[in-house]
Design a protein around this ligand. Sequence first.
Ligand SMILES: [Fe+2]
Length: 245
Amino acid sequence: MFSFFRKNSSVPQVDFSTVVTDMHSHLIPGIDDGAKTLEDSVTLIKELHALGYKKFITTPHIMSDFYRNTPEIILEGLEQVRQAIKAENIPVTISAAAEYYLDDGFIHKLEEEKLLTLGDNNHLLFEISYVNAPDNLMEVIFRMQVLGYKPIMAHPERYPFWGNNFDFYGSLRDQGVLLQLNVNSLSGYYGPDAKRIAEKLIEKEWVDLIGTDTHAMKHIQALQRTVKEKSFRKVLEFNLLNKHL
Ligand SMILES: [Fe+2]
């Protein structure tokens, strides 16, 4: 259950421990726009642990243009982070997958390589352009599924071109795509449109996972505001896949 207590009269504290796993973050140093140094990684993990998270599946960007990460680069960085956590005695576990950007390079990787997935059930986290949806989105999703992956769309509320087309979100879920909300959307961190769409997705109970998408301390500070939102408490009542990863 969600637990809520107060350290003092004005600052609500929340316990994210019921979520168990934060499955979307950028905690490996120097390989994307997330943590810059190993020290940053440790600080962010300590802060997320203080909020109640016990387990992390961190998800560096893989893009053909900006972040040309490979499983080898990611797993090598993960090892450094694991050693630092051990040295600091932080009682959490961390593994890594990736946040795949749907571009031409992704389609090539999908056919040629074993992609990095979350947990034991081949869940694949992907994002798309914030400018427009790829024309072949549904075909690529279908291809992922044919190859045995279970696609998770990262932060569907952040794609403004679907603003009011809730039938489309419904059709994605009918197609077997899981939807992962960025919790900070609920306090307006990504703007009013993302907040509105996020709230609507919660109202329709179309949220399968939540993630912090932590890149830096600003996201931790936003989480402190997010926990005050009513919609946040509601999403914690869902049977989120986070608990089973
Ligand atoms: Fe992300």
